[in-house]
Design a protein around this ligand. Structure first.
Ligand code: NAP
Length: 352
């Protein structure tokens, strides 16, 4: 086995950054070499400055690490970014320019033509855009992005179907967890015993990112898939896990419900075939009970990396309707980025 790769976390103090810290602690391929956040924390010990909000304890080796600035050279060939989108764009570009691989969760570069928007199970071939990106921008490094957290769960449900039965229309209503808004996020007086029927910018992302992920790479560019999505996003008083009510229709004759179920249950991607360290053994889990999935009960399915689907039934307007649940900061952010990085560096560690 090769020596572990030194990785940095940008935005290490945030909701996504803390999940990176937990998931990378003891990782077999990656070793945390730097933690960076905003300049007000520079030089402080991570354990002193971070407002740790995870149920699991802070990894001991990180407690005394000094927080660095995102404008420092971090001496890491790979960085994972949980940066706020108000600053992520420039900072991530600078790291890529200097020769770093950047695995980003921010929206800034997701829809750039030469930036792959990757879910490792669905479109790892889109990483072939990296040479195009490097040529065009003159970078030695690269930016690889994750989709929005709601889009990732939705795409994990749509992707296995789209491969066999092309989709026509998708209607989705999300119930999104509070941790999706970072910390401190939505004020308690706004959300307690309430639902907030608006999340700025979210619906646009859900309506467009999935078509890029499920699009085809041809001649150095992505041809977006041509199904249409209508989304309504709501913030609910749940800590972790975005639950989505989805209705879909197909272009041709709809598959049977058994075919849809088996398409999901049997779906496996490259991460499963390769046995990547963070790959959930079964990426899409179908529940048959009438009242599942539920965030509190199901969000940690396969360490938070599986997408859980339930209540598949005929839809009076489109063909079928169902529920999808995804862990927003694990599968929808840090875990998905780490899986993308494992795929990128697979040859080095698996010798394939
Ligand atoms: P968050 O809790 O607000 O964390 C933001 C991070 O950015 C903090 O570490 C913060 O550092 C850092 N930051 C802010 N301004 C900075 C500056 N000027 N220079 C350097 N660092 C700065 O947000 P989050 O929920 O973790 O989200 C992080 C990113 O991931 C966002 O782009 C978000 O859209 C995306 N995302 C979030 C989720 C989710 O479920 N939460 C899911 C998918 C994608 P300080 O603590 O020092 O201010």
């Amino acid at each position: 086995m090769s020596e572990r790769l030194r990785v940095g976390i940008l935005g290490a103090t945030g909701a996504v950054g803390q999940k990176f810290a937990l998931l990378l602690d003891g990782h077999p391929w990656f070793e945390i070499g730097a933690l960076a956040a905003s300049d007000k924390r520079v030089g402080e010990a991570y354990g002193e400055t971070v407002n740790w909000k995870q149920a699991a304890p802070m990894p001991e080796p990180l407690r005394h690490m000094k927080v660095q600035s995102c404008s420092d050279q971090l001496d890491c060939p790979v960085v994972f970014s949980g940066l706020d989108s108000s600053v992520a764009g420039e900072i991530e570009q600078e790291f890529a320019r200097r020769g770093c691989w950047v695995f980003s969760n921010a929206r800034n570069h997701r829809m750039d033509e030469d930036v792959p928007l990757v879910i490792a199970e669905l479109n790892p071939d889109h990483l072939e855009l990296i040479p195009v990106q490097r040529r065009k921008r003159g970078w030695r490094g690269a930016i690889v992005t994750n989709a929005n957290c709601s889009t990732i769960a939705l795409a994990m449900a749509l992707g296995p179907l789209q491969q066999e039965y092309p989709l026509d229309r998708v209607h989705v209503v999300t119930m999104q967890a509070l941790s999706g808004a970072g910390y401190p996020g939505v004020p308690s007086l706004d959300i307690l015993a309430n639902v907030v029927p608006y999340i700025g910018g979210e619906e646009d992302k859900i309506e467009s990112e999935g078509q890029k992920i499920l699009g085809r790479l041809r001649g150095g560019r992505i041809e977006h898939a041509d199904f249409r999505v209508s989304a309504q996003a709501n913030r609910v008083a749940v800590e972790e896990g975005h639950l989505e009510c989805v209705s879909i229709s197909f272009r041709g004759k709809a598959p049977s419900m058994d075919e849809v179920r088996s398409c999901w249950s049997q779906f496996r991607g490259e991460p499963q075939r390769l046995g990547l360290p963070s790959a959930p053994p079964q990426p899409v889990v179908v529940r048959n009970e009438p009242d599942r999935p539920q965030p509190r009960l199901d969000v940690w399915t396969q360490k938070g990396m599986a997408t859980v689907i339930g209540r598949l039934r005929p839809c009076p307007l489109l063909d079928y309707k169902f529920l999808v649940l995804g862990h927003n900061t694990v599968r929808g952010a840090a875990g998905a980025s780490i899986l993308n990085a494992e795929y990128v560096f697979r040859d080095r560690f698996l010798g394939q």
